[in-house]
Each structure stands twice: as C-alpha cells, then as structure tokens.
Design a protein around this ligand. Structure first.
Ligand code: SAH
Length: 369
C-alpha cells in the first residue's frame, strides 16, 4: 500500500478529493490562466453530425448498444451529411465531426467518399468518431482527407473497462493501442473518459488524467456518466465491485475538476465543454466549462428528425435543442469575453521539439492544492 506517489499523481489525486469551494476557485483560476496562456481566448466551434445510431457493440453504458431493441435505428445519406456540412460553413464553423455507432453498414469506401466530398466541396476540417474500426479503414479515411479521429478510452482501469465495454468476438478491445495507431497514421488524435462510472475510483481517475498527458493527446473530451435506463449500467444490473468512499461521483463539480486538471496537464490540447455537462447544468454548463479550461464547443447540427434517436444518454437531445441554438452560441462566447475561433482550430504546440508524454512541465510545479 505505502507506495510513494510521484509528484504529479499526488497533485492530481489531492485535487480530485478537494471539495472546498474556496480552494476549488484556485484550481479554476489556474486552469483558466493556463488555457489563456497556451490556447488563447478563441473558442473553436465544431459542427457535430451524428451520422448513424446503428452499433455492433454492447457497451454497458451506452443507449446505442446493439441490445437496445427499443431504439429505432437510422443511418444518414451522403447528401444529407453534405447538406449539414454546408450548413456548418454558413454558420462559420471550421470543422465537422462525423460521429456514430460502430456501424459496419457505413462501409469503408462509402465513408471515404463522404470525406472526399466534404474536403472537395467545403473548406472544413473533418473529425471522425466512428468507434474501433480496423486499421485499414483508418488508413483509407486518412488518405481520403480526414484530419482528426476521436476515441475515448473511457477509463484506464482495465478491469472496469472490460466489464463495461465487452470486446467483439473477433478481437480484444484495446483503445489505447488504437490511439497510438491513429497517431502513427497521422491523425490529430482525441480521447477522453466518462466521470462517475459505477466502480470508478479516485485513484483510477488520477491515472486517466496522467494518461491524457502521456498519450500526448491533441483533443480531450470528458463528461459525466449519465445512466441510460435501457442499459445494464442504467438498470444497475452489473455486479458492483468495491463501491467504497473512493467511488467517483458523477457530479458537475467532479467534471470541472477533471476538465481543469486536463487543461493544466495538457496545456495546448483542444478541450470541449461537452453536451453532457450542459445536461447537468442547462443554464450555465457550457460557460462554466469554458471558464475552467475548455476552448471548444461542438454544436449539434444533426437534422432534428434524427436527434432524439442518437440517445447515448437520456436528456441529450433536449439539451442540444434548448441548450445553445446556432445564433446564441457566438453571443454566449462573446459574453464571456472570448472570441469565436476562425479556421480549422488545429492544436498548436507551444513547446517545440519535446517528446510525446513530456510536452509540459510548467504551471503545476510548486503549486500545491
Ligand atoms: N461509437 C463511438 C461514439 C460513441 S458516443 C465510440 O464508441 O467512440 C461518444 C461517447 O459518448 C462515448 O465514448 C462515451 O464516452 C460517451 N457516452 C456513451 N454513453 C454514455 C453515458 N451513458 N453517459 C455519458 N457518456 C456516455
């Protein structure tokens, strides 16, 4: 037990345990200063298009899981996706994110063609979030022009991961390995976690945050775990392992703490203020995320008729519709004294020539919670 924690791990763990609001103010301030110094005031907008809710996976947390027979399934057509991309251009966004279930009905060449069309017909950057596709697919899509890929590792606790994210019969799910492949192929690579998964402990959450840094991620997305009633975790039917005082709560403040730590540990990453945060706090979740480390918002531009069907967790479609409308977003960003980012909003590395995993040593040394 009496293993000595390294300095950074001790720093992260003590903040994850902090509940005193005055002390937390110091963390918000630190994250906001690091954000300002490294990525500036620009808030980049990425138009999210949820292109399919079909999924082969049986993730215990996600409403899109194959076993959820109550969900009507859809797959958008190529022209519909292109129409959304044009809307993103009109709205001044620099990027579209094509997200979906792990749907092999989205064939490799079909997705390739959609990417090529977006790249040929618009100035947009393209981010993909289509699950654990084989390396050939990832290579083909990168060649077709996709710029970024997003795949959350969800938790670095491998026992917990295996309980909530079963492998397909054909291959063992190893998202960390896929993230390395994505980097090798040349994608800007994003990952992230859910906060407050039943069975997730503070020490495993600290390791997640340190893993963000050692993976040298370009994008980091974090959000609360929100139970979906049509899933094993929502029905509470998975065997719980050690639910002790170390259980991470899926609360709003916990998400801000992780978001702030992600910014401090990975100062030049692109970090969204996520929809799941806006579900917990419809009035101010986006803003508080932006004030505590985030520099990206991903407005949902999926056609309305599909939105309620992309229900990875309850309340999502509702938050997208009533949360931030298209016109409201720039106004809300400017009300915070921030600016709407122009262009693709790539990650800009401020520390040149460093090795992955050690891009950052500033800003936390000597600052103890
Ligand atoms: N099929 C893609 C996209 C999935 S949805 C993939 O697996 O990468 C994107 C993210 O939504 C997931 O990575 C997960 O972190 C999050 N998510 C899924 N179910 C959730 C839930 N019940 N509560 C909170 N976040 C959830």
């Amino acid at each position: 037990m009496a293993m000595e924690l390294d300095h950074d791990e001790g720093f992260v763990i003590s903040w994850l345990r902090e509940r005193d609001s005055a002390r937390l103010e110091a963390l918000w301030h630190m994250a906001d200063s690091v954000r300002m110094a490294h990525v500036g005031d620009a808030v980049h907008l990425r138009g999210l298009i949820e292109i399919s809710n079909v999924c082969v996976r049986q993730c215990a947390y996600c409403g899109l899981r194959a076993g959820n027979t109550r969900l009507a399934r859809y797959r958008m057509g190529a022209d519909e996706i292109l129409a959304c991309a044009r809307k993103a251009v009109e709205l001044g966004y620099g990027t579209v994110v094509l997200q979906g279930g792990e749907d092999y009905g989205l064939s490799t060449p079909w997705v390739e063609n959609v990417i090529r069309r977006i790249k040929d017909e618009t100035p947009l950057s393209v981010t993909l979030g289509l699950g654990e596709r084989p390396e050939e697919d990832l290579v083909a899509w990168r060649r077709a022009g996709a710029d970024r890929y997003f795949l959350r590792f969800e938790t670095s606790d491998m026992d917990l991961y295996r309980r909530i994210h079963p492998s397909l019969p054909s291959r063992v799910s190893d998202r960390i390995e896929i993230l390395r492949t994505l980097q090798h192929i040349g994608y800007e690579t994003g990952s992230g976690i859910m906060i407050g998964i039943p069975g997730q402990t503070i020490s495993s959450l600290a390791r997640d945050v340190l893993l963000f840094r050692s993976l040298d991620l370009d994008m980091i997305g974090v959000g609360p775990f929100l139970p979906h009633p049509e899933t094993p975790l929502g029905k509470d039917v998975l065997p719980r392992v050690d639910i002790s005082c170390e259980q991470v709560p899926n609360t709003e403040v916990m998400v801000y703490i992780v978001l702030a730590l992600a910014r401090i540990m990975c100062p030049d990453a692109n970090i969204p203020s996520t929809t799941a945060l806006a579900v917990l706090n419809p009035g101010a979740g986006y803003e508080l995320g932006l004030m505590r480390g985030a520099n990206v918002i991903m407005p949902n531009i999926t056609p309305f008729r599909y939105r309620s069907k992309y229900e990875i967790y309850p309340g999502k479609a509702c938050a997208c519709e009533s949360g931030v409308g298209d016109v409201e977003i720039p106004r809300r960003i400017e009300a915070l004294g921030r600016t709407v980012g122009k262009g693709p909003g790539r990650r800009i590395r401020h520390v040149q020539g460093t090795q992955p995993g050690r891009v950052f040593a500033l800003g936390i040394n000597g600052v103890e919670p």
